[in-house]
Structures are given as C-alpha cells and as structure tokens.
Design a protein around this ligand. Structure first.
Ligand code: SD4
Length: 328
C-alpha cells in the first residue's frame, strides 16, 4: 500500500514536470534508472591511498571534482619523502628538480606547466594557468615567473636524500630508469563528483636523471590526462615517451566513447603501446606503462604493461589499493 502511494506520488510529480519541461523529466528518469557510483576518486600508485583521503574529504561534502583532484595530488607534491613528485623529487642529470603537471575540468578547461623549477605545488600553478591566463601551457622560466607573480614561493626542492641519490647516480651516469621504481614518477588522479562532473590532475618530477629540459607526458593533455565529461576520464603513468606516442589517455577516452568499458579501454591502449614497442625492437620489460580510467557511471578500469603497478579507489564504501592486471 505504502509502495503504491509512493509510486502514485512520484508519477504525479514526474508527469507534472513532463508537462512543464519534457527534457528535464527525461533527465530525471535517466538518472534514476541507472545506478551511478558517485562520488568516486581513483589515483595511481600506493601514494594514491592517502591522496584519495584528501580528495574524499571534498567529494563527500558535495565538493567539486576539480577542487578534489587538486587538493589530492598536492599532498604528494608537498611530501619530501615522496621521491617522484614535487618537493624531494629526483632531479634531472644536472641536478635540477624540474616538474610537469596538468589539470582538466568538466568544461574542457585545461592548464599545464612543464619543466617548472622551485615551486612545491606545480598543480596549482597549472590551475592558475587555466583560470588566469589566455593560454593552456607555460614552460620553464616563463612558468616560474608566472608562478612568482601569482604569489607562489620560490623554494629549493632538492632534498638531501635526493641529492645523495643523484650523486650516487653520477658515478655511472647511465640513464636506465629502474622499472616500477625510478619510473613511477607520477600521481594521476581522476574523480567523479556528486553532480556527475569529472575532473583530473597529474603531477610529477618526471623520469629520474632525465636530460635537462626533457618534458614527459604529464603536462600534455591527451597524453597523461584526459577528461571528457560526456564519456569519462583517464590518466596514465610510466614511460612518458610511449604514452605521448599513442596520445594514451585520449585514446582510452575515445575507446570508451566507442562503447568499451573502462577496463577494456585501458587494455586496448596498453596493447597499442606494446605493439609499437615491439615494432621498434625495444624490450617491453624495460618499461612500465599503466592506465586508470573512470566513466560517467563511476565504473573503473586499470591495466599496465607488466607486473608492479597499483592504484587506489575511494568510493562511499572504502578506500582500497588494487594491483593492476598486466599484459606481459
Ligand atoms: C614521465 N610519465 O615523466 C612520467 C613519469 C611517470 O609514473 O608517470 N611515472 O614520463
């Protein structure tokens, strides 16, 4: 009886809306009929667990996904013990800590910085590029000047631990990043908020002991991060050169647009990269590539080239670390 009353009441409301605004009524019905998991946030590697907690504080209070991903990755950037992002990041071969970051929201707004030195939170500089300039990307000296003009402080990012590691590396000066260690240099985070909006952020000190001036995939929209609010979002980690070659995260999102699940899309993108590695007669075992993806329904997926990549998902139920399935 109770259910019947509820049904009649609901039907009354919807037919009322239908008479006034048919499109709105269809939207309400569509939202009710599909089970959307939101909010949800996922991020790369085990440092993602703590970063998710920060993002969750915002998402669970009906905050915006853009604010959540910025705050989430800032945690890693400011941690001197995290040797792959922001403060304390491993330097390039000349001893400079150079940072790459980008951010994208549900409106297609984008901002990025590349080869930025001396600033602890490059993600926030990327957001300032997005919100306060007519451009989408600033690099090197220009990015630093802009950051300083916005009130960011100039700091020394090369910690004693990172300096010692670099000096040890100088003894051989061999550029051969250790898979899953020296090339897991990025936190990428993607989130769907209570309003159904997607955003993403990623930030890194890049490949350890790279050439000075080298820019990876992290500040390149469509390579390490892509968001399409109609479809989904994806972020990547690993050897940036390979991800750029395939426009990796744009590929993942486009595959989802064609009907693939986030899991299937990540698998397909890793297989494409693998094919090109083989074609170019490189050894895939020398590299790691990982993708994570999220669609508008809050469904997620992840896949990587070889064992060792993990990622963290936080939804209303729990925050957990998951080992990604892999190709080889
Ligand atoms: C780069 N893609 O600089 C970054 C490194 C990274 O997980 O993501 N590592 O190539």
């Amino acid at each position: 009886m109770e259910n019947r009353r509820k049904f009649i009441k609901k039907a009354g409301i919807i037919s009322g809306i239908l008479a006034l605004n048919p499109l709105k009524a269809i939207e309400i019905l569509a939202n009710k009929s599909s089970k959307i998991r939101k909010p949800v946030v996922l991020s790369t590697w085990n440092f993602g667990l703590q970063s998710n907690e920060i993002a969750w504080k915002i998402l669970s209070k009906n905050g915006k996904s853009l604010d959540a991903v910025e705050a989430g990755v800032q945690l890693c950037e400011g941690d001197p013990n995290e040797r792959s992002v922001g403060l304390g990041g491993r330097p390039d071969r000349d001893g400079h800590v150079t940072l790459d970051a980008c951010i994208m929201d549900e409106m297609g707004n984008i901002g990025s910085v590349a080869c930025l030195e001396h600033i602890v939170h490059p993600i926030s500089v990327a957001r300032a590029v997005m919100e306060k300039t007519p451009h989408v990307m600033l690099v090197g000296e220009g990015a630093l000047e802009f950051a300083l003009s916005q009130g960011f402080k100039k700091e020394n990012l090369l910690t004693e631990d990172s300096r010692k590691e670099w000096q040890e590396w100088l003894k051989t000066s061999e550029y051969k990043p250790i898979v899953n260690v020296e090339n897991h240099d990025t936190i990428g985070m993607i989130a769907l908020d209570e309003f159904g909006n997607l955003s993403g952020a990623c930030t890194t000190s890049g490949m350890a002991f790279k050439m000075h001036g080298r820019v990876g995939d992290s500040p390149i929209i469509g390579a390490e991060l892509y968001v399409d609010n109609e479809i989904g979002a994806a972020t990547a980690t690993g050897q940036g050169e390979e991800v750029i070659r395939t426009c990796g995260t744009h590929l993942v999102v486009e595959l989802m647009r064609q009907g693939k699940t986030p899991q299937e899309a990540c698998e397909e993108a890793v297989k494409r990269i693998y094919k090109l590695i083989i074609l170019r007669k490189k050894n895939p075992k020398d590299l790691q590539i990982g993708f994570i993806a999220l669609n508008k329904n809050g469904e997620t997926g992840a896949f990587c080239l070889q064992k060792g990549f993990n990622y963290a998902i936080h939804d209303a139920k729990e925050n957990k670390l998951i080992d990604s399935p892999y190709l080889i």
